[in-house]
Design a protein around this ligand. Structure first.
Ligand code: AP5
Length: 221
């Protein structure tokens, strides 16, 4: 059983590294952004509410995301553990997750921070493309698809994410980095934080993430 929290600023590479951890541990990925984008695409009440915040680069209110995300965590496929990509994003969310896990006799086993300077994040997001079928992630500069505009894995069209337009990206950085630092502090105090250098090439970041999972978090964080 392993509950792994993947932390990082917008564009740091959480979505790129989550499958590496999921494969290493044999657990599913629970992505809060994916969950919300699915709700937006389906036009549900949650999606309509989330879209108001996401389109402005703001965090969805804690009360909404906590309810939805913890419901997802209770699904049978996550009983053996999960990689949490994008949740928690605030101290309130981190505390709610702790309470939920303790109630189920579980805990966050490791929080891995993928650390990248802000200037690099902005250019990464301008070059990011995601596939319309499954959200597979590419980058026109660092990780291009074999055929322009087409997903290597499922053949669907690659598009710019709605919230990757420059003004929204800047708003996301400004509004989301301060609460991220609170969450990092929460896990550092709990002795489960490990930090990896997210400026390295994608494969090297993956190797560092796996080493951080297997190593001593107290020493690495
Ligand atoms: P979410 O989908 O979680 O977005 P995010 O955290 O902003 O993260 P991103 O998906 O933008 O980036 P990433 O770190 O996954 O990077 P990626 O691997 O794609 O959330 C979207 C929105 O939903 C939020 O803004 C908020 O409104 C809402 N939301 C979600 N969760 C919430 C919560 N808990 N509470 C409240 N609101 C919430 O990589 C980025 C690019 O860089 C790609 O092109 C990739 O190919 C490239 N890349 C990756 N690694 C490297 C590398 N090492 N070198 C070079 N390029 C790289």
């Amino acid at each position: 059983m392993a509950v792994i929290v993947l932390l990082g600023a917008p564009g740091a590479g959480k979505g790129t590294q989550a499958p590496v951890i999921a494969e290493h541990l044999g657990v599913p990925i629970l992505g809060s952004g994916d969950l919300l984008r699915t709700a937006v695409a389906a036009g549900t009440a949650l999606g309509r509410e989330a879209d108001e915040y996401m389109s402005r680069g703001q965090l969805v209110p804690d009360a909404t995301i906590v309810r939805v995300f913890l419901d997802r965590l209770e699904q049978p496929d996550a009983t053996a553990g999960a990689v949490l990509d994008g949740f928690p994003r605030t101290r309130v969310q981190a505390q709610a997750l702790d309470v939920e896990l303790v109630g189920a006799g579980r805990r966050v086993d490791r929080a891995v921070l993928v650390d990248v300077p802000t200037e690099e994040l902005i250019s990464r997001m301008a070059n990011r493309r995601i596939c319309t079928a499954n959200g597979h992630v590419y980058n026109l500069a660092s990780n291009p698809p074999e055929q322009a505009g087409i997903c290597d894995l499922d053949g669907s069209e690659l598009v710019l994410r709605e919230d990757d337009k420059e003004e929204t990206v800047r708003a996301r950085m400004q509004q989301q980095i301060p609460p991220l630092l609170d969450v990092v502090d929460h896990y550092r105090r709990n002795g489960v934080l490990a930090t990896v250098d997210g400026r390295l090439p994608i494969e090297a970041v993956g190797e560092a993430v796996i080493a951080a999972l297997d190593g001593d978090a107290g020493a690495a964080g």
